[in-house]
Write a new protein. Structure first.
Length: 202
């Protein structure tokens, strides 16, 4: 199975990727790390997908969004690599904004969107990155605006609004981490069980 976890910055994607991977004994891939490798000139053949680095605040201060804005090929290269990855590998959990829209419907691919209000995400970001709420809020506003415009221009989808491609949408704003974990695990267990029953009967 391939599990894709999507959501705006500070929605909890990276944490949930690691949590789900550990629970199901899957490999995890943090796609911002792969993007960073491409941005630093690493060739496709030398991209490392093992032990990719979770975004604990490094991305927001990396300057990668400026590079992406000036060079659309970076995203195209990343997404081509990721589409190939989910077609050829199994038992993976990834955090990705684009893959849920770019891969065709497939019972082996489960897509989850994590919702959270801008205010809640700013609170989480401020806590994670040890910055003020005002700084975190400004950073998120800028990043959200860039992400929406960037993907609309590249692929034509409306990030944060076009949610019909997702199998599960969780509003994490009023939930504790444990509650998000439980909702996710309960859904995944049912979905995976259904998939293997389907395979059995085919």
């Amino acid at each position: 199975m391939i599990i894709l976890i999507c959501g705006f910055s500070a929605s909890g994607k990276s944490y949930l990727v690691n949590f789900v991977a550990k629970k199901f004994n899957y490999n995890y891939v943090h796609t911002s790390d792969i993007l960073n490798q491409f941005a630093n000139g690493v060739s496709e053949k030398k991209i490392q997908i093992d032990n990719t680095k979770r975004n604990n605040g490094w991305y927001e201060f990396s300057g990668l969004d400026t590079k992406r804005k000036n060079n659309h090929n970076l995203d195209k290269k990343l997404d081509k690599f990721l589409v190939k990855l989910v077609k050829t590998k199994d038992n993976l959990v990834l955090d990705s904004w684009t893959l849920p829209y770019l891969v065709k419907e497939n019972p082996k691919i489960i897509k989850i969107w994590l919702d959270a209000t801008e205010k809640e995400r700013a609170k989480r970001l401020a806590l994670r990155d040890k910055v003020t709420f005002a700084q975190a809020h400004k950073l998120l506003k800028e990043k959200d605006k860039f992400s929406k415009e960037h993907f609309q221009k590249l692929y034509g989808f409306n990030l944060g609004k076009d949610k019909q491609v997702f199998d599960l949408v969780i509003n994490t704003t009023p939930l504790s981490i444990k509650e998000v974990e439980k909702k996710t695990l309960d859904f995944l267990k049912k979905k995976i069980k259904w998939f293997f029953l389907l395979i059995f009967w085919l």
